[in-house]
Design a protein around this ligand. Structure first.
Ligand SMILES: [Zn+2]
Length: 463
């Protein structure tokens, strides 16, 4: 073979490999080959539509730029909800409406933290959601740094009258978040006067991460705040050198009476079995920092985009596909509970529920929870996403907003899996749209659209 021919063969091999990647064909004779055939064309139309535009990213940028962050009880949240309803109607979605939810109304107010001894200097902080405030002149006390609950409880006398700092490096969210959520009450039960937590996230650029705490019944309530990984390490070093450090914490945090909010719903009604529903969505509320673009504006817009594209391409499936933008995920999950209660009688007709709440970075596929037969089916459907490398089905599909309904009626559940720096940005001032790549968002919209469309369209119900 001469060099010229070799080059041509290599080129042909590359070309056909690329084509195969874009139009995934299963091995001949495999059952997936036949049953998936009717979905190949709609799937490539949805993928083509998504990849041809940055509409989803532009919509997410508009949401954050216009309304900012969206904590429950804020005007920003309610204005964003009104906007979403109007935009869904413009998109031509059907049955667009809101569903009322009473939400907690926590207000951060002014807050500060400073070292008063050995030398006075301010520290960066964010109060934890649901925390009580301090007296107007603050709480001043010596700090005790602990690395875990065992160290906290080892010498209980050391805790009384002190400010406790949990200096626990981030491993996974599930493992580390307990120090934020239940740490304040555990310190209070030993007599601590305030609690600080090392932010639940990897080291970044000296950014604190907020998030909610949960006071235990029967323990005294003390104010609590997050500090940066850098300052947690610094206070640890000072303690390890034997330096006594005093801090003053000031927080105005308080609750107002519950506020009115809403879940937003839009649909594409099923052409044959409209009562059977595939639900996709994210949560429209956010913490009161940044613009809530990865958590979870992106999840809202990308699931909504999946439905918008089906409508635009006139792909009306056999069953109804419903997008839900839940309210109050961050500090109450009242939207999720209201959805479960409102649709109690219809949950048995929920064929699948999918949530996107891990950021919209490069999509890799989906988590899935359900029967083994359904998992096998979903894995075959996901092969339609091989061309955009989003075909991996992982162990569990979950989300705080779909959770209550999924558990109430044993509904197959999915979540968008992504590869990105979610926990670096999570609940910080840096959660803004510029961290998200428009092409990743398009791929995520494509992946969700294909999965939702096929599950809503295939003759046999997923179960
Ligand atoms: Zn979230």
């Amino acid at each position: 073979m001469n060099d010229m021919l070799t080059a041509r063969v290599v080129l042909l091999v590359i070309l056909s490999a690329t084509l195969l990647a874009e139009t995934p064909a299963p091995p001949p004779g495999s059952p997936a080959a036949t049953w998936l055939d009717p979905y190949r064309d709609p799937a490539s139309r949805l993928i083509g539509e998504a990849l041809s535009t940055s509409f989803a990213w532009e919509r997410l940028a508009l949401l954050g730029d216009t309304f900012g962050n969206r904590l429950s009880g804020s005007q920003g949240l309610e204005a964003a909800i009104d906007w979403a309803v109007a935009e869904m109607k413009k998109d031509g979605l059907e049955n667009v409406h809101t569903e009322p939810v009473k939400v907690p109304h926590w207000v951060r107010g002014r807050e500060s933290l400073e070292i008063t001894l050995p030398h006075s200097m301010p520290l960066v902080m964010l109060g934890l959601g649901n925390s009580i405030g301090t007296p107007a002149d603050g709480i001043e006390a010596e700090v005790v740094v602990v690395r875990n609950f065992e160290e906290l409880e080892a010498v209980p006398n050391r805790i009384k009258g002190r400010i406790v700092l949990y200096n626990v490096p981030f491993t996974t969210y599930g493992e580390t978040v307990q120090f934020r959520s239940s740490g304040p009450s555990r310190a209070a039960s030993l007599g601590a006067v305030a609690a600080l937590v090392r932010s639940v996230g990897p080291p970044g650029l000296r950014l604190p991460h907020t998030g909610s705490l949960r006071y235990a019944d029967g323990s005294p309530q003390i104010p609590a705040a997050a500090i940066t990984t850098e300052d947690a390490d610094r206070l640890q070093r000072m303690q390890d050198r034997g330096t006594r450090v005093r801090l003053r914490l000031k927080m105005d945090a308080h609750f107002l009476p519950d506020a009115d909010s809403f879940n937003v719903v839009g649909e594409l009604r099923g052409r044959e079995r409209p009562a059977e529903v595939v639900v996709i969505g994210g949560h429209i509320d956010s913490w009161d920092v940044g613009t809530g673009s990865t958590d979870d504006g992106g999840g809202c817009v990308v699931t909504w985009e999946a439905l918008r594209m089906m409508k635009k391409l006139n792909l009306r499936p056999r069953r109804t596909v419903r997008v839900v933008l839940w309210t109050n995920e961050e500090n109450g999950t009242r939207g999720a509970l209201a959805y479960r209660d409102r649709y109690k009688e219809q949950l048995k007709d929920h064929v699948m529920m999918l949530e996107s709440d891990s950021g919209v970075f490069r999509p890799t596929g989906f988590g899935f929870s359900g029967s083994e037969a359904a998992r096998a089916k979903v894995t075959e459907i996901a092969s339609l996403l091989r061309g955009i490398q989003a075909d991996r089905i992982s162990a569990s599909g979950e989300g705080a907003d779909i959770g209550p309904s999924v558990q109430a009626a044993n509904i197959p559940a999915m979540s968008l899996d992504v590869d990105g720096n979610y926990f670096l940005l999570h609940h910080t001032q840096a959660d803004t749209v510029d961290k998200i790549d428009p092409a990743d968002m398009s791929r995520a919209a494509a992946a969700i659209a294909v999965i939702a469309h096929v599950i809503a369209e295939m003759p046999d119900r997923l179960n």
